[in-house]
Design a protein around this ligand. Structure first.
Ligand SMILES: [Zn+2]
Length: 92
């Protein structure tokens, strides 16, 4: 969802995420609660500190640096194969 900018007369600008079809002309300011008009613009899909950008950064970081796991998740049992061909595989 795109991120839209709103301008409060008292507090300045802030951003909100809305569906393109449901973006309002005014939104309540998170600081003072007064209605703030939407700034003219197309909306930003990827903003520097938006939740979407943080998700993309986290996804890229975990792809390059996966978290180190030292133990299997609790409650999980080791999978045992019943395929006889797997007995020929080298053992650790
Ligand atoms: Zn305000």
């Amino acid at each position: 969802m795109p991120c839209y900018e709103f301008a409060c007369r008292e507090c300045g600008g802030f951003e909100r995420i809305h569906l393109m079809a449901e973006v309002p002309a005014e939104s309540a300011c998170p600081t003072c609660g007064q209605p703030a008009r939407r700034r003219i613009g197309g909306g930003t899909l990827l903003h520097g500190d938006s939740p979407a950008m943080r998700l993309l950064d986290t996804t890229a970081r975990t792809a390059a640096e996966p978290p180190v796991v030292t133990a299997p998740p609790s409650g999980s049992r080791p999978r045992v194969t019943r395929n006889p061909l797997h007995r020929k595989l080298p053992r650790p």
